[in-house]
Ligand binder design. Sequence first.
Ligand code: EPU
Length: 340
Amino acid sequence: MLRSFSLEKLEERFGLGFRSNISLAPYTSARIGGLADGVLTANSIDDLVEMVTYLWEEELPFIILGGGSNVLVSDAGVRGIVLLNKARKVVFDEEVDPPTVWAASGTNFGQLSRQAAKRGLGGLEWASGIPGTIGGAIIGNAGAHGGDVAGNLLMAEILHRELEDNRSNNGNSPELAIRREEWGPDLMKFSYRSSLIKEQSANKMHTGDEAKMGRSEFDQPSMVILAALMQLAHSKRDQVEALINEYNARRRETQPAGASMGSMFKNPPGDYAGRLIDEAGLKGIRVGDVAISSLHGNFFINYGNARAADVWELINLAQNIVSSKFGINLELEIELIGAW
Ligand code: EPU
C-alpha cells in the first residue's frame, strides 16, 4: 500500500486526474481485476510526461494501462498507481512519400486503421481489429493477417529514465536523468509478439516464482512510449475498406466475440496454440466463470464474474495438458499485472 501522504499528495498535485481505490476490471477487455491504490488519467502527451516524471521523481510504483486488452489483472489488484493512457492525438502527413501517421500512444489502433482508410491510406488494414492502443501494440509487437507493428513503425517517441552513476558525486545515490528520445525500429528489437521494452519489463517482473512472473509490487517502467510515427501507403478508400471488411469477416468467423484477453498464448514455432489446445480436447472447458472458447482454443472468455484466479487455473491446465500430450510449452502472450 502506498503511504497515505502519497495519495494525498497525488490528489493535491493532480486534482480530478487522480482517484484512489479504483476497480481495474472496467479498464480491461476481459473485465477482470481487483483494485488499484490509485489511478491517474493522462489525456495528452503533456499529461503523460508530467505524470510519469512525477512518479519517477517521487519513486512511486506504477504501471501504464492502454486498452487493457492484452493483460490479466490479479484479483488482489495493483499496489501502486495505474496510469491510464488516453493521449489520442493523431496527425496524418499525406505530402511525404510514403505517407505517414503520427499518433499519441493512447490512440486506439483499430480506430486509427479505419481513420486512415477514410483518407484512402492503406498499410494498416491488418490492424483494424486490434482492440488495444498504439503504445501497447508497440511493446507487444501486435500483429494479425500477416502484418505487425515492426512492419509499419518508423519511429517511437520514448520517455526514458536512467539512473546515472555520477562518480564525482562522492558516493551519493545515482542521479535521475529523464530524456525524450526517438527510437527507430532497430532499437526496439522487435521479435514475434515482443520488443526490447517487453523483454526488459518481463525480466524485471521476475519475482522468484517462475510460474507467476507477475509485476513486482514496487516496480516502475524505465521507458514509456509517448507516440509513434508509422508508415502508410497511398491507395483508394474503397480498396482499403474492402480489405478491412474481409479481415473483419474472417475474424468474426474464427474468433469469439465475448470478453477476453485476445490470444492467451504465443504460437509456438511451427504450430498454433489454438490448434494444440483444440487437439488436446480443451475447448469449452470451464473454471468458475471463465471458459476456453469453443470457437477458438486460444481465447479464454469471461462469462460473467470471472476471477483472475480462475483464468490462472485454466492457463495452468492448458499448459500442463498441452505439454504432456505434445511436449510443447505454451508461453503466455498476455501480460500479468498486479500482486499475485
Ligand atoms: N485452429 C484450430 N483450432 C482452434 C483454433 C485454431 O485448429 O481452436 C487452427 C486454425 O484452423 C489455423 C491455425 O490453428 O489453421 C491458426 O489459427 P488462426 O488462423 O485463428 O490464427 P492464430 O494463429 O490462432 C493469430 C494471432 C491473432 C490474429 C490472427 C489472425 C497469435 C498468437 N495470434 O491467431 O492475434 O488475430 O492470427 O491474423 O499470433 C492476438 O495476438 O491477441 C490475436 C488475436
